[in-house]
Write a protein that binds this ligand. Structure first.
Ligand code: MG
Length: 221
């Protein structure tokens, strides 16, 4: 049974694709690169984002790009909103005593502001932000919090989240509410793909019902 959930933030719990797209295009424009529309972004953008920028702006230092991005993100007109079913999913975790964490590449200052704004801090045992390559952090999170890999899932919207879960030997759950197009995510071969967190909650409730009845330690396969 899954008892621990490591959530990605952007595109999984909150919808910040609008402001991220605005800020990314502001960075690209600064260097004379054509803006991306939403669908082109969902096919091309990837984490670690240094790889994305190495492809589109290979001659510019990452620190310089990050500076421009942070300023443009702070100025972005499109608001960051809570994704449908995210609040309910976190409340579901809290109500059932399931452990929840955040692992995000988002800049820590921006992440902390959003965490505070949405009033979600109490839902998480610990949060890890500003993590450029999540694969380098996943083993430390599992070890620090004593998370049993067979009981732990990483929930995310990008191929990098699936790769991170595989690297950590934990269950990977892909949601289609975020930054990666469904085809890009499918190519990463997640253990489970759901359209959104509402469907995930229903599915896990069903599994919990089945495993509680037949095998208290049952793990979904
Ligand atoms: Mg994400």
């Amino acid at each position: 049974m899954l008892r621990n959930f490591i959530f990605d933030w952007s595109g999984t719990l909150v919808d910040d694709l609008g402001p991220v797209l605005e800020a990314t295009n502001a960075v690209l424009e600064k260097y004379g690169i054509a803006a991306l529309d939403r669908e082109a972004f969902r096919r091309r953008f990837r984490l670690p984002y240094r790889e994305f920028y190495a492809e589109v702006l290979p001659a510019v230092r990452l620190e310089e790009l990050e500076g421009h991005f942070r300023q443009a993100f702070a100025r972005a007109a499109t608001p960051v909103t809570v994704l449908p079913h995210a609040r309910e999913k976190l409340e579901w975790c809290s109500a059932l005593g399931l452990r929840a964490f955040v692992l995000t590449a988002m800049d820590t200052a921006a992440f902390e502001l959003q965490l505070e704004d949405f009033g979600w801090r109490h839902h998480f045992e610990a949060t890890y932000s500003g993590v450029l390559d999540k694969r380098e952090m996943i083993h430390r999170i599992l070890a620090t919090h004593g998370l049993v890999s067979a009981e732990t899932a990483l929930v995310g919207d990008m191929a990098h989240d699936v790769e991170t879960a595989r690297h950590g030997g934990i269950f990977s759950i892909a949601v289609l509410t975020g930054y990666n197009h469904a085809e890009v995510l499918a190519a990463a071969q997640p253990d489970l793909t759901v359209p959104d967190l509402g469907t995930l909650r229903e599915l896990l409730d069903k599994w919990r019902g089945v495993s509680c009845a037949s095998d208290p330690a049952g793990i979904p396969s």
